[in-house]
Design a protein around this ligand. Sequence first.
Ligand code: GDP
Ligand code: GDP
Length: 491
Amino acid sequence: MDVATEQTDTSASTSEPRRQTLSLVAIVGRPNVGKSTLFNRMIGQRRSIVGDEPGITRDRIYGEAEWLGCRFSVVDTGGIVPDDEAVIPANILKQAGFAIAEAAAVIWVVDARQGITPLDEELARLLRSTGRPVLIAANKTEATRLEREAAEFYRFGFTEVFPISAEQGIGLGEMLDALVEITGKAQTVAPELFVVPGQNDDGIEAGGTPAVPVEARAISLAIIGRPNVGKSSLLNQLLGKERAIVSAIPGTTRDAVDTLLETPEQTFRLIDTAGIRRKGKTDQMTEKLAVVMARKSMERADVALVMVDAVEGVTALDANIAGYAHDAGCSIIIVVNKWDALKDKLTGTPAEFERGLRERMKFLDWAPVLTVSALSGQRVDKILALAVRANEARNRRISTSQLNQFFEHAISQPQGGGAPAPVKGGVSRLHVQYLTQIAVRPPTFVIFTSGGRAGLHFSYERYVCNQLRAEFDFFATPLRIVERHKAKRRR
Ligand code: GDP
Ligand code: GDP
């Protein structure tokens, strides 16, 4: 993923930014966590020095970045000197202090592989005292299991922790979305470009009621599936509906073009529509390319429409793509297309088709299935309403008091008697204490455990997810569970 850099003013490299017009984002963190790597990613040019040697001295370096039509200045608080333990803290704090004083938002980069260090604790205190909005970028999380390590950093009490890989450009989209929400009120590149309306936090108050209606924000919609399932036909149907205002907007990479679809109720951003329409004379995307595209667009999507072909049934490639959709964390609606062409339909046909589909896509058992005909338009008008509902669910925040009640009646035994043992075999002293929600998009919950040895059994996590889903209507949306374990101290 690249941040568009067309507007980057090269003269801004080491001079002061045009601070009167752009808000400033400061990148802070201890040495070697990947600040420069992230900085370079964000401004799209190699401008500061990246290296393993902690001896490299750098000045604060400024650049400009753009995301979703919002521009901002970025400062990399480098300038970190030798491996003399005593020198480092003072130096970091000084450097960070300068930048933070001027910043509209702070990206605090931490190393998820190393976990929390004493220096991080110190930095957290300093950052808290400034009162600036802080986004934590838990870097070096290429391996998915590291997302859990990243969640450790919620401990410092800042609202958002984003597992990212600065080096590989993973997870930056979400972080930048949040950044734009903080800094986005100030500047826009051009009025016709898409701008996320300024909102605080995620626009949701504890208790599940939107403070700002979720509708105020455009819903990013990805249409994915293997070649010939009917993606472009569906796109055309969607765009042809109602009194939609449609406009093309540049996406995040050079050749990605999104389409803005405005209906009276809601604005949708259809992701990378150029890719969907990009059909050469042969009218074929290779299957590999289809997967690559699907993965790319899901990274930016709130909701993905995973399309399958009713006539051909669910193929291995469909299941493959659906697997990535599951990992991506977006909400999912399975769209079974070409329903019109299915011969010999009987009363039981839809149910039977769904049984077969569920069998091939077991991990998406929470995703609703909709049968449509992109050709005739049959039931296509249902899609956007489902996407709105899914988007509401993925932004839903459940208050701690609601979760406590839920825990008592559905999870905690003996009342929640259906719950399986938290540990396989049940012969552990692991005790589940309570749970709390730490993030939205997708809703993420921490289960606090104590005693015994950490390690909730996946069937227990699954049980909790199912109960949460049923209780709070997390429609079409994946849920994430993180365990946080406190060992009992022995004396
Ligand atoms: P800074 O001192 O915080 O500015 O860190 P640098 O950007 O110079 O990066 C320090 C080291 O971490 C370099 O060797 C980078 O290649 C490495 N690094 C940066 N980002 C990542 C990442 O996302 N994953 C991994 N595995 N390594 C990274
Ligand atoms: P894409 O490669 O996924 O974008 O698929 P297209 O939209 O190009 O559709 C591939 C082929 O399937 C075309 O010949 C379409 O006319 C056909 N097709 C698409 N949707 C439907 C449908 O709902 N019913 C039928 N019978 N054919 C469809």
